[in-house]
Design a protein around this ligand. Sequence first.
Ligand code: NDP
Length: 328
Amino acid sequence: MSSFKAIRIDKADKGTTATLTQFDEAELMDGDVTVAVEWSTVNYKDGLAVTGKAPVVRRFPMIAGVDFAGSVIQSAHPDWQPGDKVICTGWGLGETHLGAFAERARVKGDWLVRLPEGMSGRDAMAIGTAGLTAMLSVLALERQGLVPKDGPMIVTGAAGGVGSVAVALLSKLGYHVIASTGRTSEADYLRGLGAAEVIDRNELSGPAKPLAKERWAGGVDSVGSTTLANLLSMTKYHGAIAACGLAGGMDLPTSVAPFILRGVCLLGIDSVMCPLPIRKLAWQRLTTDLDQSKMAEITHEIGLDQVIETGPKILAGQIRGRLVVKIS
Ligand code: NDP
């Protein structure tokens, strides 16, 4: 294959352009493993890349797409042989390194995780970066020592990708899950994923008091800003919130009160540069702690030719659950 289909981002006079086009294989960047990409997914960051709404792309031309599953076709890395099924998420894919919305990718073998036994490439990308981030958040809360008897878990942006998987994971682990959403019409969907309560996100979006009534032992926040500040002010003594997103804003107008008066912990979650051993653990846990039938309910499949039109929708919070992209 001397050229392949890809979503190419180019710099324009004003901003950037995104086009589904042929990309020359000779233009692939350095790497010791070449992969036939089979599945990808649309994450919030992909929405930013294809619309150009935020400068996530830092090299031009770029192929968008932050995660893929596929089969190794060539390898100079000792861990990987042709035919191996692999997952790649983050590491700058779609930002600084040519990304996933393409039939071919060339990456470092050290970035790859073996597809877990019993999981298909489609299953892995239904989880994708969003689901991996939800799992990393749960692992961080567990490292903090939280268990279901400590009290409820709040999940914000609950009907989105990270939120939906976090609700499903936490409920399977036995937590009483409170799902916060702007789409209360999705209450049945969220209860189907395992939410015990569904609340309107307006309850958490106003200015936060330094301390408020204790409501939850912990949570997963994909929204940031005043929502995260409210979560912290309502977290029980010695509880913890895993902060992984900024769908509501990048600021954090809080005070030190929850930290110094209740011993609350704020746990930062990054999936992009996350070390390999933690990624491997997270993917392993995803095979046991995530109900595959629930994933089927939250996943919709689209083609590579539908990705660009999906960008504005994910930024507008209009996508429910996860979008998996069939590449080839
Ligand atoms: P989605 O768009 O699928 O979900 C985001 C959800 O946030 C929406 O569905 C909506 O949920 C809620 N939301 C959107 N806008 C607002 C707003 N203005 N105020 C309050 N809530 C809002 O995105 P993802 O789940 O893929 O990503 C969620 C966040 O996590 C993003 O900010 C993303 O950048 C970040 N992220 C971070 C990662 C990391 O490594 N730290 C990795 C992956 C994602 P509802 O309708 O239920 O209210």
